[in-house]
Design a protein around this ligand. Sequence first.
Ligand code: PLP
Length: 484
Amino acid sequence: MTPEEFRRHGKQVIDWIADYLSNIESFPVRAQVAPGDVRRALPVSPPECGSSFTEILADLDRTLLPGVTHWQHPRFFAYFPSNTSGAAILGDLLSSGLGVQGMLWATSPSCTELETVAVDWLAELLGLPRHFRTDATGGGVIQDSASSASLLATLAALSRATGGVTAHAGITGRHTLYVSSETHSSLEKAARIVGLGADNVRKVPVDPATLAMDATALDRMLATDLADGAIPVMVCATVGTTSTAAIDPVRAIGEVCREREVWLHVDAAYAGVAAVCPELRWVNDGVAEYADSYVTNPHKWLLTNFDCSVLWVADRAPLLDAMSIQPEYLRNRATSSGAVIDYRDWQIPLGRRFRALKLWAVMRWYGADGLRDHIRTGAALATEFATWVARDPDFELHEPQVLSLVCLRPRWPELSTGEANDATTRLMESLNASGALYLTHTKVDGRVLLRMAIGSPTTEERHLREAWLRIREEHRKTLADLAL
Ligand code: PLP
């Protein structure tokens, strides 16, 4: 493709995206295809000759779009939001256009230095502590996902627990990791990857009312394990669990970790960005004093398209110890001078995209004020929705309701828990199949709850009213079908 052809088709693509985003409400929120439909509609073998870009776009409309779930739809309430924004899309496009591979400072200085600036800016916007900044002992780095970030935290924690990768003899059956039943599965995956046995991942009990990790139980568990000769590597506290956005008491957990000399990782993948608003900074209480590492995802609720997850560490030495290897072919004068950062040493892959461009574009386009407005709007809409649920005798609101997530349970008089769970699942399935909205579920105390994750920049009160109307109608219909 010549630059002139690129210009022509690039404009076509931008128009396509702008039209898509303007018309997004006309699509059913969840893809309406059956397994295999999309694949069957595509040729089995690659084309022998090239096609025009117009044909490629036509295929996108005809074949792929029906199989797309519209994550940017204002009535998308599933999982957690995965915001994008014009600024992020354009930043990402520029990154693709530059085609930079930023593994070393030397392979593209701006890629590295903009990332340093962007993660330091974000740390400031979130009110994170000074030691997380690159000019202090720590630093931040953009990862593809919170899962990778938590794996890195585990590796860094292991490095510290074992006295450094070059010194230690590897993982032993004595190393242990502490999570709760509500911790994201990525921590269990990280444990598997680093070679910790399933029994060495300890599940700390949660407070049944709040689903937050019980710090006293953690302390007891650590004391017992230490007495038995265990080497506790890391505790993961969550700020905003995936199931119900429960917030672990980071301060109390941190005090235990400090006392027992265990690494504290804080997974704030979804909720951490709420801290752009000073009045919501309570979510990070204790992080400044106690967290050794902290992750939050601008690619969830902060207008930056996937992938953009930021990991900060209070002390970068254990991370670099765990991740740095110096093969001859990567040696260069800048690295040897010690005056530059090579982010390849802060991640698992060698290569890295210029992801800072989109995060930087978002912070510049919206400014701190615009980002705060976005978070406040999502949180306020959720509070309003929660009020409607709480007032309706046919539904039960799960409390505490946190930030932009609302969990609710339809009431099913006369049904056992199992039957009620089936009825709730059936209600959710028909709502999602209708294409009018998309929501997902979780289970608390054996009971299925519906999760309404609000937070798309396109969601307005009217979308919530429409969704609420549909949920109530579907509940009535299901009750009638079940002859209740
Ligand atoms: N941690 C928490 C608390 C999450 O809610 C999620 C995803 O929803 C993750 C980690 C995983 O995020 P990622 O997809 O960036 O790996």
